[in-house]
Design a protein around this ligand. Sequence first.
Ligand code: PEP
Ligand code: CO
Length: 472
Amino acid sequence: MSAQPSHNPNADPAGAEGVWTPESWRSRPIAHHVLYEDARALEGALRKLGSLPPLVTSWEIERLKTLMGEAQEGKRFLLQGGDCAETLDDCRPDVITNKLKILLQMSLVLVHGSKRPVIRVGRFAGQYAKPRSQQTETRNGGGEETTLPSYFGDLINRAEFSPDARRTDPHLMVRAYQHAAMTLNFVRSLVEGGFADLHHPEYWDLSFFHHADLPPDLRARYERMRSELSGALRFMEALGETSVDELSRVEFFTSHEALNLHYESAQTRRVPRRTMHYNLTTHMPWLGERTRALDGAHVEYLRGVANPVGVKIGPTAQPGEVVALVRALNPGNETGKMALITRMGAARFAAAAEPIVRAVRDEGLRVLWVCDPMHGNTTTTSGGVKTRSFEDILSELEAAFELHAAMGGTLGGVHFELTGEDVTECVGGASGVTEGDLERNYASLCDPRLNYQQSMELAFRIAQRMERSEAE
Ligand code: PEP
Ligand code: CO
């Protein structure tokens, strides 16, 4: 890829060779690059983006880094979750409220199990860009085959299967930014206003507890935890009228995959009285499995921002490669700066993760270990539908807890694709979604997400696992 001109009004003058600037990624080879046909339209969109107020502040970013540092030391636990691909259409009050509700409720279950405060990080307010394994999509209609570019998320093109919709459009970056701002504005107001009526039992839909297929001992354990939890909530409420309110006035942070570097770098700037650059579109940008090449543009971009950053680590990653990545992204070995998000697949987890965890530990590198049990466990049904099984997800999580404990470390967080809606995208769990149910409400435009009940059940299972570790 040749060097590209910068249109960022916040850009520093081009750095010398080896010197980082928000634009130095432009001279590196780039995977999953977003090409725009109209250079002037791109320039206009980037100017606009760069001139808008930021979505988050450096103060909030530094706070998240501090909290992640504490999670690294086993004093907190990170819960990161949300859609695979957020859409502009889903920027609606009910959808946003349900997303917060599920993250909040899961976090309370986890607090209960782990006896640790939980950091809530949404995959929202910017999770609009998707790397795709296939660059094009072919459909058959009226006996004719049509091939178009794939859908790369609402930040880049549109999902509708037409040549116009699938063309990359730089103006979508501005629209996505505006929708991220609206999402965040609503999140902030809900959080400020104490949105969750936590003490109302009907607010918690735990009907999966009664499912006939649930083994009796598991049902009994769920029931015990539920009654302890509601007892704890009632107790807090009894302390005074504001207690539950205060409990629900909690912090949420945002995160998204830093895929489209045009978008990311347009809002990367220095802020008054700080020397570092911040990506002000989100608190925690992360790199996906497909864009973490050490000499690539994405690592070049991310190495210079002061935000805490995550990197997805898949089953083919080599220990030496991961060590080099951590060194590049966190040269000062700062606490709270770096999350390694493993996504190996249940069957491969132990063998693939062990040498990596060992190498990082032996090199004395400070990272927060997070388990994403979703992306290594995607399967396709005989009918061609992408799904994931609750049992595989749970089994990768269990393996991660076990490995880190066995190696004298700690699993500091979990990363899920989930939604507060009643979708049927993943199979299994006590609520009993089967392959046959998948077509009932499969709403994801990308990867399959856990639904409300599956997410709650997972939180209960993780909490039980953490209770057990506490007791050991
Ligand atoms: C994702 O988180 O949606 C994703 C694409 O993950 P990964 O890079 O781990 O495949
Ligand atoms: Co995904």
